[in-house]
Design a protein around this ligand. Structure first.
Ligand code: F3S
Length: 650
């Protein structure tokens, strides 16, 4: 039987297990990526593990999430990250050089490689045939030290593309269409592999918009085969020698098939406040728009900004609407500036930001209260923009720009009819990508530091003791479905600056759900969290497991868990138990929860069903779905304690 592209790459990198869906496999990692909000912990963990030098082919540390250095703690973090990259042997991308996925795509992403990144949108380079997976930072630290990365073998789903995009139809609309059909849970446990005649009609920048937002479907990764378009893109980047032709075998078998006819794609928009809340733009026409933003790792490339620039040529944006462009990389900024497009957009009333994630996580350009913001980003979870009563819509750069011109949501096709002289800009790549100052992306052999520099806000990583025999406590918080890592540890600037200071950061744990939670957890010396479906969706932020661990949380009872967060719970020694809907409905906040079994023993011995005793009154079952390796990690008190013990044993 032939292999899918995903299977081929995994097979090439397999160090343990078999490629059977659902079975745990260990793979070798070629490249790693980390960013500033997760990176400090990655390097502190790398240090705590006693590792001395990066062992992967390539490691890159980016500074992109919180680049505005308005507090010394951020600047200290960036200085620490530069020193860690220099000391241990990683590339270092300075603050302002761009968003990790954009800069990585431009400089390092290569077909056939595996990549692990401590950011949930790590799968972006799947558009170039790289199999890239997001994970917690500790997994990244271990992989950088040469350790295998373990994952449940995903199902591989064939997304067959047919036809060609029509005028005003974009790659963003393709992924929004998939979100509309499959929802934010539709890709869980799957790799989405794109095939079919429609693939060759899409450029690499379009493909990476699609693979980037596969994360919103919950997919483990998304990948395209390589072809002449990949080769062409790499040659424009002066990296043609990294091209490898790869694709699935003709008789490859997939777990499922989804067909998308590109010719039927129309402008779509995700309404507040979930990326799968997708409708045709025409359905929400006429909504007044206060703010428009083009940027992010999804649509912040040169090819994403240029259409807006063309649409704005010789026009002005509406007086009631602000428009901000935050390029995904400094290279994109530099090219747009050199070609005069920045000036063109400024003349139309647009403001430019440095190349940063920034507004995507509520750092800068926070919308006015109860206002409407149209963004080309990938997430619109409530409050992520920096204000709770936000109304963030997600759309293509073309739809965003049309709204900036009209001052309200409008289908760009209708605006074109109305204006008479507005042409569909299409997608245009530069002949050659230029820019990228050498001092902004520092190679390991040009490192400027050879020892770690830690400011006063940078603390050690807390370690957890091995799992005890008795686990449980008060149900400190009962939460709804779809609790995101943003709910658990918000990524807003006032909180994120404590990312290297776990005791301080922990004070903000779940504060968006209940601001008394952290203190109550400390007072109770730990306890239990209860949640509905899809607990921990969103980013790869391991602080969302580390901080509850620091507060003494020993178990989370949820109807289901998001993949990366569940791995993070294992990594930090918190037992994730799945409960059914009836149990979820019955448990009340404040209930006394006792896991009846000897937890340490049960976890180690492979027991799957656990008895949960509530208020010494009634009982239910909780299920632990974990591999043997994950059980060992849990029993040891988390991956750091486990790996450290292994190292000490020699
Ligand atoms: Fe940054 Fe937002 Fe992407 S935080 S990495 S631009 S999802």
């Amino acid at each position: 039987m032939g292999q899918t592209l995903t299977e081929k790459i995994l097979d090439d990198h397999l160090v343990e297990g078999e490629l059977t869906p659902g079975e745990e496999i260990g793979i070798e990692i070629d490249q790693v990526l980390t960013q500033d909000t997760t990176g400090t912990l990655v390097w502190l963990q790398f240090e705590a593990l006693g590792l001395e030098e990066v062992q992967t082919e390539l490691a890159a540390q980016y500074c992109d999430h919180q680049t505005y250095q308005f507090d010394f703690k951020n600047t200290d973090d960036h200085r620490f990250l530069r020193s860690a990259a220099g000391t241990f042997g990683a590339h270092f991308s300075r603050p302002g050089n761009g968003i990790c996925h954009n800069v990585h795509k431009e400089n390092f992403a290569a077909p056939g490689k595996t990549m692990l990144g401590s950011d949930s949108h790590t799968p972006t380079p799947g558009g170039l045939g790289e199999l890239a997976i997001g994970s917690g930072g500790l997994d990244v630290a271990v992989a950088m030290g040469g350790g295998a990365y373990y994952i449940e073998m995903p199902e591989v789903v064939n997304v067959r593309l047919e036809g060609e995009l029509p005028e005003w139809g974009t790659a963003k609309d393709v992924i929004l269409e998939l979100l509309r059909r499959l929802t934010v849970k539709g890709g869980v446990g799957k790799v989405l592999e794109y095939t079919g005649p429609g693939v060759e009609t899409l450029t690499v920048p379009e493909r990476t918009t699609i693979t980037n937002m596969g994360t919103e479907l919950g997919a483990t990764s998304s990948i395209f085969p390589t072809d002449e378009n990949t080769k062409d893109y790499l040659s424009r980047l002066d990296r043609e020698d990294e091209y490898v032709e790869i694709g699935p075998d003709e008789d490859a078998e997939y777990a499922d098939e989804i067909v998308v006819d590109l010719s039927e794609i129309e402008p779509l928009i995700a309404k507040p406040s979930m990326p799968d809340n997708v409708v045709p733009v025409s359905e929400v026409e006429g909504v007044d728009v206060d703010q428009v933003m083009i940027g992010s790792c999804t649509n912040g490339a040169y090819e994403d900004i240029l259409p807006g620039a063309k649409m704005l040529e010789g026009r002005n944006i509406d007086k009631t609407t602000e428009m901000i462009v935050a390029p995904g990389s400094k290279q994109a900024s530099e090219m747009l500036a050199r070609e005069g497009w920045t000036a063109e957009m400024m003349a139309a009333g647009v403001n430019f930001s440095e190349a940063t994630c920034g507004a995507c996580i509520g750092i800068g350009h926070v919308p006015a209260s109860d206002s409407v913001s149209l963004r080309t980003f990938n997430r619109n979870f409530e409050g992520r923009s920096g204000i709770e009563d936000d109304n963030v819509y997600l759309c293509s750069p073309e739809v965003a720009t049309a709204a900036a011109i009209a001052g309200e949501i409008v289908d760009p096709r209708n605006l074109a009819d109305e204006l008479g002289d507005l042409e569909a800009p299409g997608l245009e790549m530069p002949d050659q990508y230029i820019g990228n100052s050498e001092s902004d992306l520092i190679a390991p052999d040009e490192a400027v530091d050879d020892e770690l520099i830690k400011g006063p806000n940078i603390g050690d990583v807390p370690l957890k003791d091995p799992l005890e025999t008795e686990v449980g406590g008060e149900a400190l918080l009962k939460m709804e479905d779809n609790i995101t890592t943003d709910h658990i540890i918000p990524a807003t600037q006032d909180i994120l600056m404590y990312r290297s200071n776990v005791p301080k950061l922990s004070e903000f744990t779940l504060s968006r759900v209940d601001d008394t939670f952290a203190q109550r957890a400390l007072d109770a010396d730990g306890g239990v969290l209860v949640a509905g479906e899809n607990y921990g969706q969103g980013s790869s932020r391991e602080h969302a497991a580390l901080c509850p661990m620091y507060l003494g949380i020993e178990t989370v009872l949820a109807q289901s868990f998001a993949r990366i967060h569940k791995a993070n719970l294992f990594n930090f020694g918190i037992v994730p138990l799945e409960i059914d809907e009836e149990t979820y409905e019955k448990i009340e906040q404040g209930d006394d929860i006792e896991i009846v079994d000897d937890a340490a023993d049960a976890v180690r011995s492979g027991q799957e069903e656990f008895t949960i005793r509530v208020n010494d009154d009634w009982e239910a079952s909780g299920y632990l779905d974990a591999s043997e390796r994950e059980r060992e990690i849990l029993a040891a008190g988390g991956k750091l304690s486990h790996t450290k013990a292994q190292h000490e044993e020699g």
